[in-house]
Design a protein around this ligand. Structure first.
Ligand code: SF4
Length: 351
């Protein structure tokens, strides 16, 4: 049999034709290539586990057509002001107890106001002090805001490109693609890690999916995390009736992302709760190695934590361990919980 070698060095000069050619591979060839690249950089049986808390919900000034939190659409979403710092820290402690190693905090804002910054900084410091990695998504950032968050200990900033530059205007009109690229570069300049991905299934073309991945892969540095979201159609948003994206196309998108972003964590993100176990397993095989764990993914429902544990157990997947001892202890605690699900005790000790 002919030996096959795969490109595993990160590249930043992808052309649309090359990306389209990856999408056009026979499904088995594409998945084999993605899995080979994945194994060159990661333990194929580990998945990183993060927890996400909405720290400010709804009434956002932006008009992202997929988003139930936009103030432009009436989705019946209950609005919440910025959560108190103590409440956020309590939730972070609970997430840590459940085994999360990273705690993400998301606010439905165009951008954080200066008056919010002291609270955000306190949140970051408090969560960091628990030994958790910290991540925030707050919208557009000015350079000095990025620097103060980084100085407080913010490890990651999430800011998605959402879709291709060509399709972007169909989805968002209140913020430009360049604004997004600028925020990403402020985050990098401040020394933080970047979480940046997009959403598929919004009615975009196959070319748009390729162009989105090309934009992400051709950034000066690859984002450390790349969430690939499947649109969750929410009643009341302009995209509520858009046609479903074929599941295989979604899996192909994960596989192509894995090949183009060989060292990034590719995150199976929103939309996971609509996927059956077999589809999620194929996504893991295609190179997805990060999920949100817990019962809330911002305001979109997420598979219950127990269902995640059961799926991990069926697939022999364990949560990714980190160097930090305290986090490792939590990853192990979660692994233990999964093992217990696999081998349920035959009796309960008398209380
Ligand atoms: S995606 Fe973010 S910026 Fe866009 S409307 Fe929703 S909360 Fe606002």
């Amino acid at each position: 049999m002919q030996a096959t070698s795969f490109q595993v060095t990160p590249r930043h000069n992808w052309t649309l034709a090359e990306v389209n050619a990856l999408f056009a591979l026979p499904f088995n060839d594409l998945l084999f290539q993605a899995q080979s690249v994945h194994r060159a950089h990661f333990n194929a049986n580990e998945v990183q586990v993060s927890t996400l808390l909405s720290i400010k919900t709804g009434a956002c000034a932006e008009d992202c057509k997929y988003c139930p939190q936009s103030g432009h659409y009436n989705t019946g979403l209950e609005r919440e002001r910025l959560l108190e710092v103590e409440k956020v820290l309590r939730q972070a402690a609970a997430a840590k107890d459940k085994g999360a190693s990273r705690f993400c905090m998301g606010a439905a804002w165009s951008n954080p106001k200066q008056r919010d910054m002291p609270y955000l900084i306190e949140m970051v410091r408090g969560v960091k002090a628990m030994g958790l990695e910290t991540c925030m998504t707050l919208g557009k950032l000015e350079p000095e805001q990025a620097h103060s968050l980084a100085a407080a200990g913010l490890d990651y900033y999430n800011h998605n490109l959402d879709t291709s530059p060509e399709f972007y205007g169909e989805i968002i009109t209140t913020r430009s693609y360049q604004d997004r690229l600028d925020t990403l570069s402020h985050v990098r300049d401040a020394g933080m890690k970047v979480c940046c991905g997009g959403i598929v299934g919004m009615g975009e073309s196959a070319n748009d999916r390729s162009a989105l991945l090309m934009q992400i892969a051709n950034l000066p540095l690859h984002p450390e995390s790349v969430p690939i979201n499947m649109l969750v159609k929410v009643e009341g948003t302009p995209l509520e009736n858009v046609a479903d994206l074929d599941g295989f196309e979604f899996i192909r998108t994960i596989a192509v992302a894995r090949i183009m972003l060989p060292k990034s964590h590719v995150r199976l993100s929103a939309g996971r709760s609509r996927m059956n176990e077999q589809m999620q397993a194929l996504c893991f095989f295609a190179g997805a190695n990060s999920i949100f764990y817990g019962d809330k993914l911002l305001t979109t429902e997420n598979p219950a934590a127990d269902a995640d544990m059961q799926l991990f157990a069926k697939l022999g997947i364990v949560p990714e361990k980190r160097q930090d001892v305290s986090d490792e202890a939590h990853a192990l605690a979660l692994a233990d919980a999964i093992k217990e699900q696999q081998n349920p005790p035959l009796y309960h000790a008398a209380g």
